[in-house]
Design a protein around this ligand. Sequence first.
Ligand SMILES: Cc1ncc(COP(=O)(O)O)c(C=O)c1O
Length: 416
Amino acid sequence: MSQKLKLTRSESLYKESQDLIPGGMMGIRRPYNFVTGEYPIFFESGQGGWVLDADGNRFMDMLCAYGPIIIGHREGEIDDAVIGQIRGKGFCLSLVQEVQNTLAKTLRDLIPSCQKCVFVKTGSDATTTAVRIARAFTDRVKVLRCGYHGWHDWCVEVKGGIPVKFYEDVTEFHYNDLAQVEDLMKKSGSEVAAIIVTPVGHPLAHEVELPKPGYLQGLKTLAERHGAVLIFDEIRSGFRVNLGGAQKEFGVTPHLSVFGKAMANGYEISAVVGRADIMDMLVQKAFLSSTFFPNSLAQVAALATIRMLQRDRVLEVIRQRGQAFAAKVRRICADSGIACTFSGEPWMPYITFDRDAKGLYKKLRPEFYTQLIRRGVFLQPFHHGYIAFRHTEKDLDFAAGMIAEAFEETKKNILK
Ligand SMILES: Cc1ncc(COP(=O)(O)O)c(C=O)c1O
């Protein structure tokens, strides 16, 4: 038997926040994205691979702030570099600082598609910038897209408040279905400015998918045949799958790509990188500027993060641990006798419940994730998790053990 967590402080903060902020907090952090009444709503602090909620419950943090935490929370070396910049130089000046160039050179050395780059703040900033550059380069407007690309008008799922004209030229396609894109390009390829795709498929509440052999190259060939720009949205895969991004991992170099999340271990920065002649649209035709884009703190944090990723072979360690974890959890899933799937190996572990006509999965999912949160593992029912460098083998064994227990309890409670 597992105990429901004490969540009184979380709940009272939530009540207060609903009077202050629409919905209490924004979008994907609202309670209905977890299991209402079972998950904490406010966190107090994080350290390494673990977090503490507002009631003092401690969890192994396998959501990693939805992706930015690649090393761990409160990394002294990164935070010290940032504090050094605050105290030693300042970071919000009327002109750019040299660290901009240092970071740009670092990205150029690591990322195959990067001849030039620009730094913005969020993933949405970056995807929107990339699409604007592609439209300027091609003098076309249509965009084919696959994956979540953020909250901006051209791509967000929830259409309230957005005039149709802002997204009517954008068509969504399914991941790993090259024939569909071929078809779309046959119909209107001469009007398509960009094909933008997450190189790893990670649709909400569905299994994580890796590219089928030839898929990414097929997209590139189609884009080039029709004069469109291929953009990889590497906001999740960048600085996690490979230091050069999924493009390096899978050997396909897009014309433009975007990075964010793990790039600075939680500090707010994203980047658009790409072929010099395409990126130069930002000089010739398109405008990009924002008060805070050139602030240097997150640039310093990105450099410190990348230095650690390289020096401590962080991504190799995560890959090895992720593979070992996946092998264990896949076995646990099979032994459970519950119709479920483990995906996302080795970087983005996710347990999904196979959709059945009677909708049993809709009961299994909240029960399983309830059992898991009660046992101190913070994962999201509708979104894959992540493994951070500070998750030790012992931590991951703990998580696997709790997953096994959660399955047992779920069986007792739902399949009895
Ligand atoms: C693949 C992808 N692209 C773009 C975004 C948007 O990034 P942000 O939330 O930083 O605006 C996200 C965010 O989750 C993402 O996963």
